[in-house]
Design a protein around this ligand. Sequence first.
Ligand code: UD1
Ligand code: PEP
Length: 442
Amino acid sequence: MEKIIVRGGHQLNGTVKVEGAKNAVLPVLAASLIASEGKSVITEVPELADVYTINQVLSNMNAEVHFDNNTVTVDASKRLKTEAPFEYVRKMRASVLVLGPLLARYGHANVAMPGGCAIGSRPIDLHLKGFEAMGAEVHVGNGFVEAHVNGRLKGAKIYLDMPSVGATENIMMAAALADGKTILENCAKEPEIVDLANYLNKMGAKIVGAGTETIRIEGVEKLYGTEHAIIPDRVEAGTFMVAAAITGGNVLIENAESEHLRSVISKLQEMEVTVKEENGGLRVIGPKSLKATDIKTLPHPGFPTDMQSQMMSLMLCAEGTSVITETVFENRFMHVEEFRRMNAKMKIEGRSVFIEGPSDLQGAEVAATDLRAAAALILAGLRADGYTRITELKHLDRGYVNFAGKLASLGADIDRVDENGDSVEAFAQEDFQEDGYVAKLS
Ligand SMILES: CC(=O)N[C@H]1[C@@H](OP(=O)(O)OP(=O)(O)OC[C@H]2O[C@@H](n3ccc(=O)[nH]c3=O)[C@H](O)[C@@H]2O)O[C@H](CO)[C@@H](O)[C@@H]1O
Ligand SMILES: C=C(OP(=O)(O)O)C(=O)O
C-alpha cells in the first residue's frame, strides 16, 4: 500500500502552479458527448485519476478519446452507446453527468445509480426531476437510472429545490439540445458552471445567465466539437494557500484566481494570513501566530465545502476556539477521527465542529477518508511534530496532481513510497489504460 510520509516543521517557500480544475473538466468532458460533428479539444486538463475515469466512460461509449500533454481530444461523432456501467460510476460519482448529454442527443440514457459516499448520501433526485420536466420518462431500478424521451426533450421552466452543482450542469447540458426555451431557477453559481456554459456556447449552444441564480437556455438542433481551456482549480489553489499559511511560509500560487476564492481569502485574512495578488497569482504569507475564526460551508459564493477539511487543519494551529459548520453535506466530518490520532482537540456537535487551538499536533499513521481529507491530513503533517504517514491515497489521486512532489518543491520534507518503501512519483496510470482509450503521459 502506498503512503505519503511527511516530517513536520519545514516552512514552505517558492512558487507552485495550479492545474486545471477537476470539477470543471469532468462536466466539460461529459458535455463533449453532445457534439455529433467535429472534435473537441480540451486543454489545461489535469492528470488526475478522475480524468482517466471519465475518459474511460467516454471511450466505453465508443467516443474516440486521446489524452496527451494536458490535452484531451474527444471525437463523439460516431453512434455512441448510451450506457455507463457501475464499475465507473462507483469510482466517480461525476459519471452521472453523462445522463443529460446522452438523453438530449439520443433520447435515451442508462447509467448506474451512484451510491452514497464518505461525505453524505448525495441523491440525484433534482437531476431526474429536471429531465422529467423536459418530458423524459425516468425509471430507477436494478441499480440503474434509465431515462428516455420520444423525439427531443422539451424546454421547460425548472426550479431547483437547492442550488445543486451537478443538477444545474446536467439540466443545462440536456436543455442545450432541447426543443424550445428552458429557464432554470435557483441554480448553482460556481465558477465551474460558468466554464461549462462557456464551452457549450462555443459548441453552438445559446445559454445566458450562468453564474447567476437564473440560467436561460434556448435549445438548438445540433452542437459541434470545439476548443476549450479549463479554468484553474480553485480548491487546489486554496489547499496550497493553507499549506503556505500553516507552515508560516511565503508561497506564490500561480494561476490562482482571486475572484473564485473570495470567501477563502477573506477567512485566511481573518486568521492573520497575508494574501496579495501578484503576477497572475496569489502570494500567501503565513503569520507567526494564527487567529481562530469560524466558517460555515455554503453554495458559491459562500465558503466551499471542498475547503472545509483543509481549513480545519489550519484552525487546529490557531490561537483560540474555531467553529466549522458544514451545511452542504451531512457527513463531511469523517476526518475528525483521523485528526484526533494526531492529538487534535475537537468536539463534534451536530453539524458543527469545535476546534480547540493551538493543538500540539503529533505525527501519526492516519488514513484519508475522502479526497479533501487526504490533503488536509498532509497539511496537518506539515506542522506536526515527527512523522505523519497518510494511507488511502486513492482519494488524493482523484483530485491532486503530484501533491507530494509539489510540496517537496516548496521545501516540505515529504515522500510518497510504495509497499517496499521505494519512492514513487504519483498514482499508477497503467490502471487506467484500456482498449480504445489512448492516454500518454507528457
Ligand atoms: C464533480 C463536482 O463538481 N463535485 C462537486 C459538486 O458535487 P455535486 O454536484 O455532487 O454536489 P451538489 O451541489 O449536487 O450537492 C449539494 C447538496 O445537494 C444535495 N443534492 C444534490 C443533488 C440532488 O439531486 N439532490 C440533492 O439532495 C446533495 O446531497 C448535497 O447535500 O459540488 C459539491 C458542492 O459544492 C462539491 O463538494 C463537489 O466537489
Ligand atoms: C467532493 C468532491 O468531489 P466529487 O463530487 O467528485 O466527489 C471534491 O472535489 O472535494
